[in-house]
Design a protein around this ligand. Structure first.
Ligand code: MLT
Length: 324
């Protein structure tokens, strides 16, 4: 057989195999990397959808928590993983802010990943240790302005959602607080509950239970509207902090080069999970809601990441605070 014909035959055989490979996907356990500590808000969201997606895919999705460097360590691990559909990343707005905050990232944010879809957009809440003096948001603002440099603000490292929200809070109040970094707001919450730190700006998925239990003091939410879960909690805007608005969108990514059939199959499974009654109820009890099905797609997540990198770059450059 002429050499060119032989090469043609081999390629044809391989091309025939590729869709078959995707059709058999998944045939073993999948790892979903969460770039923050276990028990925190990102972990909570990941475990909620992973459980439902596992049921649909017929293979277990196990969560691997890789905390550190504001989420960039876990993202970096997935960026260099095999693009075979068996390693995924669930990350949030930090994916966009880190692209500017870290000038020497180990990966190229816009070229190191393929996309599965958006998952949810979580409000942030300004909370403090339960014995913190101010009774309401107006006195919180006065108190923090008067005592700023003696107060500690917990966060999950530069590039995290709590870091971004803390940065916006400090610039809105024009007060530098003493920041205390953790590998996630799971462990940060433990110290706040213990009174080791004073304030934190964290996702409702990590604060709702504590607020309901009265184990933290809640002052304001960072969304334009009040939360149905906490109708008496004012918005930061109502408290006079103009433009202090941020909510934490989350998405699922795969390493660049993951076959489109596989990211498509995962997106389909994600949409099923987000339509699941149990997932909808669990998210509502944590102050959030699933992303619409139209956003649980590779194209929608790619567009979101690109627009958010563009949105936050001037804000971060204006603050001039970089991680490296
Ligand atoms: C976490 O899961 O710990 C958070 O997402 C951390 C953060 O980004 O503030």
């Amino acid at each position: 057989m002429a050499y060119s014909k032989l090469v043609g035959a081999v390629c044809a055989a391989f091309m025939l195999a590729a869709p078959a490979f995707a059709q058999e996907y998944p045939d073993r356990q999948i790892t979903m990397v969460v770039p923050f500590s276990a028990g925190g808000p990102t972990d909570t969201v990941a475990r909620l959808v992973a459980e439902r997606m596992s049921a649909d895919l017929g293979q277990q999705i196990v969560i691997e928590n890789v905390g550190g460097a504001g989420g960039t360590l876990g993202a970096g691990q997935v960026a260099k993983a095999e693009p075979d559909g068996y390693t995924l990343l669930l990350h949030h707005i930090g994916m966009a802010t880190s692209a500017t905050l870290y000038r020497n990232l180990a990966y190229d944010t816009l070229n190191a990943f393929d996309y599965v879809g958006l998952v949810t957009e979580v409000p942030m809440v300004v909370v403090a240790r339960k014995d913190f003096e101010p009774a309401d948001f107006a006195s919180f603002i006065e108190y923090v302005k008067a005592n700023g440099d003696a107060l500690t603000l917990a966060n999950a490292g530069i590039g995290s959602a709590s870091h971004l929200c803390g940065m916006l809070l400090m610039s809105a109040l024009d007060v530098p607080l003493v920041t205390v970094p953790y590998k996630g707001t799971g462990p940060a919450m433990t110290d706040l509950l213990g009174g080791q730190t004073d304030i934190m700006c964290d996702q409702s998925t990590n604060t709702a239970q504590q607020i309901k239990g009265g184990t933290v003091k809640a002052y304001a939410v960072t969304t334009p509207e009040r939360l149905a879960l906490f109708p008496d909690l004012p918005t930061a805007e109502e408290g006079g902090l103009d433009g202090f608005e941020v909510s934490i969108w989350h998405g699922i990514y795969a390493p660049k080069g993951t076959p489109a059939e596989i990211t498509g199959r995962l997106a389909e499974s994600l949409r099923l999970a987000l339509a699941d009654e149990g997932v909808v109820t669990a998210m509502a009890e944590l102050g959030t809601a699933p992303s619409p099905a139209a956003d649980a797609t590779p194209a929608a997540l790619q567009a979101k990441l690109e627009s958010e990198i563009t949105r936050w770059k001037p804000v971060i450059d204006a603050a001039g605070v970089y991680a490296d």
